[in-house]
Design a protein around this ligand. Sequence first.
Ligand code: IMP
Ligand code: MG
Length: 179
Amino acid sequence: MPKKVSFDNKKFELFILSEKIEHIVKNLAEKINRDYRNRNPIIYVTLKGAMIFASDLIRELIIDCKIETISAKSYGMGLRSSGNIEIKEDEFDLENKDIILVEDIIDSGATAMRLKNFFMSKNPKSFTIVSLLSKPEARIHQVEVKYLGIEIPNRFVIGYGLDYAEFGRNLPDIYILIQ
Ligand code: IMP
Ligand code: MG
């Protein structure tokens, strides 16, 4: 894999190798398999950022589960969260269901909070969040992430589903913006 990548004058360097990501994902799946044994959760994948993470995570799950997607846009084309979170509604009969929301990264926490409020309003039996990454220093909205992969500094990252202006999602490793 390249040590550095760049997209319109923004330079990023290699930060988390795919081998390490794989290890983190397997650990998270193990916990979910243990906690959800004999339950049939509905797993909501937050598009688009979490799709790569979710596809690896889901294939490690040995519980019987359903997969759904939900769309929540916040960054738009920039490096900062717009704070403007759009939820695309589909079909949501979630009463008495166990919901697991899959996120790529928790930054300010606004998206996760917004989605949590949305799901809680559907009266599920339970609601938990799994996120690959978290930037604790950036947190404004406190939201519990029961299954967290790894904490990272308050810097912009791309790869493994995460984008900068829609680029970089296909990188197998995670890269960090060079300041
Ligand atoms: P929040 O609402 O501020 O927590 O932002 C969460 C969303 O912003 C994530 O689901 C990502 O789509 C995006 N995001 C936050 N930090 C990054 C980053 O470092 N790189 C790419 N996208 C990010
Ligand atoms: Mg994004």
